[in-house]
Design a protein around this ligand. Structure first.
Ligand code: 0WK
Ligand code: BGC
Ligand code: BGC
Length: 923
């Protein structure tokens, strides 16, 4: 029998003595009785006050108010929807704590929509008192033994069993299968469990038992099981009420109103834990001396005060305390108490329910009292029934006041005049007490007249409901496993990144020696970074990134830039070369007119962000287009000549093309103007690439072996020789095959902005085909190429963006998603961008280590000038690159400088250096 506590009433021998004379006069005794029973009378006003006070506490807790600590906890349960009815499968359910000193194991078969109901098989096990009060491990081992004993009797396999754990105590849940016990209630007080994850404790116990391989996929509160188990009637139950040994309620709250959750749409089931409601203002007046005695002698004095007025564990004890009180005042049993009447917990819920049951009749009450060692007279029987009625009526009324508070909250949060709602009820007080539910329903109608409530008794105490949640959890767990399997190839570890770094070093060495290598290591004829003595006005073109820009760069003691962005339509980027360069000259002329430069022939620096074999500063043979450009008759041509021919075709335009530079070089020069240690240029934008100052002696094919030359690595093509195939995924292959240059720019296609969105889209399509996302519904939109922009990754991954905004972006794409979907899309984006940043970091680590070894330095301090939309806008890309460089090149202190003015300024500075050098050789 669940223990409640020991002292209070007179105990021992003298308590058991029967008074010879001085029994109270009948009139006194009825007054005594009246006083006693009156204490259990609760007025409507008091009930309304409790209703209002509980509602206030609920809303304080929902808002996450910390002080004063709300009287109820309002614990989110990670159950986001009532059953769809699609749930199917066989599940094991373990119920602990709902029915006091017993646990129950069930085998539940869900048959989905239209399937016939299969009666669950179950077995109840009594939990020994010492287990309920002993070490936590002992309790969970006991549960694991019961599980095995039950399963031994079932024709089931020992493998792959999925279990739902109904754990009926207040817990902080952090997932469907992660739940930390806040505090024990009812008759439990095991050590070493409060503050622990009870799912892990059960998993460990099942492991120790070792008989079955059981996967605990969900933990739910019994109220949730009751709500989820309610037979699908006109409307699903959205409130789950349990009055068994303890009492509690859960309901479907608007997710936006649950402050701790980062959600703005949909609903989430919240376990109110109203057992701890104890607003002295509201409860004080209805608490009787018997309640205080009971609480004082309970296992958890001062806690669960509301529960101790309603829960089945306490109703019998309250009745006993009242009967003992009246007996010792001589009003009952001629003042002769029995040991049982004076011993705590001797009157059970079952006793009270039976004694109140009109069909039981006086004879039965008589028998029960005799079993308690009492010799009742008829008047005693009648008075005992009145005491039972008083205690239970109050319990039902208080429960109703609390339920009315929940209904008002629902009405309020759904802004409904009249609330239609179904309440699933469960627990032995509801099931066995003859009048509890009718008083409850009647009082609810009184306190919440604008709510039309249908009460649905739960068929099997919530076992079905726990199985429903388990089915949902199993589905989500399966989805999570599929998501992890899909994303695992994107999670690169240290060794894989170090291997990329080493392969890149090898390819760099081969490229510098002029051997075949996927890294062409192109000399750029830029031998020095600016020294600040440059002066003059220069025109600069910046082609190859997101925007085509024409710039006027005035270099004095500082650099002033005036620029204009022009678009390069896809038809021009993929048209004829002549068309492309004529378009470029049109833009220059338009810019000159706008800047009043017409007719002036300023030295021009051309940032041309494509792989060019340079034969000189103003000669660059385009090796191949990249990044969606594919203008004809350009590859293999000197790009400067193509520009000059276009200028010639456009009479009356004078332009002096002095230098052609790659955007990496322009970026290095631009940042080098501020920080002379900047000897590396990095672009992570539409495309990706890097350049750095190499020792001239290491550059085959360029005369001289002293001094430096900037090398354009064209690392976008790294891996085109297959050296990255071990890291490449089927999604990379799909993106490559769909590109206009399949097999080319493999490294770029795993890193840069033109491709990351497409990689994510292909992964989302794959996960949708597995049913993991969007309920398996493929949408036309998601099948559309380039519909998932890389900028979405930057937006979706930004910390300041709540899941709700993630959902908004995806809904704009016409994707029907749930909150779990939004979370998974976020994880896909994170995996893809993290891999990109780490690969980029491995590349930079290879370059800085090359420079350090070139100079035979222990330590190298160097700066990297960086540009590119992805690097600049993605919330985590730059820090992931820096972290990877620190990990792979610990002897290098690398500073990343974000280029403010783009590489156009760099092109102008290269032009300025060339003009200065040309000037100095002329004089
Ligand atoms: C801005 C630079 C330009 C470079 C671009 C790369 O001025 O030369 O090509 O960054 O970034 P994207 O625009 O491709 O994101
Ligand atoms: C627990 C609740 C549980 C209720 C009914 C209370 O003591 O704190 O979690 O739902 O009993 O079993
Ligand atoms: C080009 C490089 C350029 C990079 C960044 C790549 O596709 O091949 O020349 O530096 O994109 O724009």
């Amino acid at each position: 029998m669940d223990s409640i506590g020991s002292e209070g009433l007179q105990q021992g021998e003298e308590a058991l003595s029967c008074p010879e004379e001085g029994l109270p006069q009948p009139s006194d005794s009825s007054e005594l009785v009246q006083d006693c029973l009156q204490q259990f009378k609760v007025t409507v006003a008091q009930l309304q006050q409790i209703q209002a006070s509980l509602l206030r506490s609920m809303e304080q807790a929902l808002r996450g108010q910390a002080s004063p600590v709300p009287a109820v906890r309002m614990l989110p349960t990670y159950v986001g929807s009532t059953p769809h009815g699609t749930e199917q499968g066989d599940f094991v359910v373990l119920e602990l704590g709902a029915t006091g000193a017993s646990l129950r194991v069930l085998w539940v078969t869900l048959t989905g929509i239209g399937g016939h109901r299969v009666e669950p098989r179950s077995q109840e096990f009594v939990i020994p008192q010492d287990v309920m009060l002993g070490a936590g491990q002992q309790l969970f081992d006991f549960a694991a033994r019961c599980l095995s004993e039950f399963l031994d009797a079932q024709p089931v396999s020992k493998q792959g069993l999925q279990l739902g754990f109904s754990f009926s105590f207040p817990c902080h849940q952090t997932g469907l299968d992660r739940s930390t016990l806040i505090s024990w209630t009812k008759g439990f007080r095991c050590s070493g469990v409060e503050g622990e994850d009870v799912v892990q404790l059960l998993r460990d116990a099942i492991q120790r038992q070792g008989a079955y391989n059981i996967d605990v996929v969900a933990v739910v509160n019994d109220t949730v099981g009751t709500m989820m188990g309610c037979e699908l009637g006109a409307r699903p139950c959205e409130v789950g009420l349990v009055v068994d040994t303890g009492t509690n309620v859960c309901y479907m709250e608007e997710a936006r109103d649950v402050a701790v959750l980062d959600e703005d749409r949909g609903r989430v089931c919240v376990s109110v834990e109203w057992g701890s409601f104890s607003d002295d203002g509201a409860l004080g007046p209805v608490l009787t001396t018997f309640d205080h005695t009971l609480d004082h002698e309970s296992l958890n004095p001062g806690a669960q005060r509301f529960e101790k007025m309603i829960g089945g564990l306490y109703l019998g004890e309250l009745v006993r305390l009242v009967l003992a009180h009246l007996t010792q005042r001589g009003v009952l049993f001629r003042g002769c108490p029995s040991p049982a009447l004076l011993s705590q917990g001797s009157i059970l819920l079952e006793h009270v329910a039976e004694m109140e049951d009109p069909s039981a009749g006086a004879a039965r009450v008589h028998a029960i009292l005799q079993d308690l060692g009492l010799s009742p007279e008829a008047s005693d029987v009648e008075l005992v029934q009145r005491v039972c009625a008083a205690v239970c009526t109050r319990a039902a009324q208080l429960c109703a006041a609390a339920l009315a508070a929940v209904l008002s909250r629902l009405q309020h949060s759904r802004e409904q005049q009249t609330l239609q709602v179904a309440v699933a009820t469960g627990g032995r007080v509801c099931e066995r007490h003859p009048r509890f539910c009718s008083i409850l329903q009647g009082t609810v109608m009184l306190l919440a007249p604008e709510c039309n409530v249908s009460f649905i008794p739960s068929v099997d105490g919530g076992g079905q409901g726990v199985a429903m949640v388990t089915a949902v959890a199993a589905r989500l767990a399966a989805h999570r496993r599929l998501l992890e399997e899909t994303l695992a190839p994107f999670r690169l570890n240290h060794d894989q990144l170090a291997a990329v770094q080493a392969q890149m070093r090898k390819a760099m060495a081969k490229g510098l020696r002029g051997e075949s290598s996927s890294l062409r290591m192109l000399p750029t004829y830029v031998r020095a970074t600016p020294d600040g003595s440059e002066r003059g006005d220069f025109l600069a073109l910046d082609l190859g990134g997101t925007n085509f820009r024409v710039l006027l760069v005035r270099v004095t003691t500082s650099v002033q830039i005036t620029s204009q962005i022009y678009s390069i339509p896809e038809s021009v980027a993929q048209g004829s070369g002549q068309q492309l360069f004529d378009h470029i000259v049109d833009c220059i002329v338009d810019f000159q007119q706008k800047q009043g430069l017409s007719g002036q022939s300023l030295p021009l620096g051309f940032t041309f962000s494509f792989p060019c074999r340079q034969l000189g500063l103003d000669q660059g043979i385009l090796l191949n287009w990249t990044k969606g450009f594919n203008a004809s008759d350009c590859e293999g041509q000197d790009v400067v000549s193509l520009l000059r021919e276009a200028i010639k075709r456009r009479q009356a335009v004078e332009l002096n093309v002095v230098a052609i530079v790659n955007d990496t070089v322009g970026t290095m020069m631009s940042c080098g103007y501020e920080d002379p240690r900047c000897e590396i240029g990095l672009i992570v934008g539409t495309g990706t690439n890097a350049c750095y100052m190499e020792e001239l002696r290491n550059v085959a094919g360029v005369p001289g072996d002293s001094g430096h030359m900037c090398i354009n690595m064209e690392w976008g093509a790294f891996g085109d020789d297959g050296s990255l195939d071990t890291l490449s995924t089927c999604f990379d292959a799909s993106v490559d095959q769909a590109s206009i240059n399949p097999g080319k720019q493999r490294f770029e296609k795993m890193i840069s902005g033109m491709y990351l969105g497409e990689i994510v889209r292909h992964i989302l399509l794959h996960l949708t085909s597995l049913g993991v996302l969007f309920r398996g519904q493929q949408t036309q939109r998601l099948q559309t190429r380039d519909i998932f922009k890389t900028k979405f990754l930057s937006e979706i991954e930004s910390d300041s963006l709540a899941l709700r905004q993630v959902r908004a972006i995806l809904e704009d794409l016409g994707l029907p998603l749930t909150s779990d979907d939004a979370l998974m899309v976020l994880e896909v984006c994170q995996a893809v961008s993290q891999r990109a940043a780490q690969l980029c970091g491995a590349g930079v680590a290879a370059v800085v280590e090359k420079i350090r070894e070139n100079r035979g330095l222990e330590e190298l301090a160097v700066s990297v000038g960086v540009d590119g939309t992805l690097y600049k806008l993605h919330p985590h890309f730059s820090s992931l690159v820096a972290a990877t460089v620190r990990e792979l090149a610990p002897c290098c202190a690398v500073t990343f400088l974000q280029s403010e003015d783009g590489s156009g300024k760099g092109a102008a500075l290269v032009t300025a250096v060339a003009c200065r050098l040309a000037q100095s050789t002329r004089v």
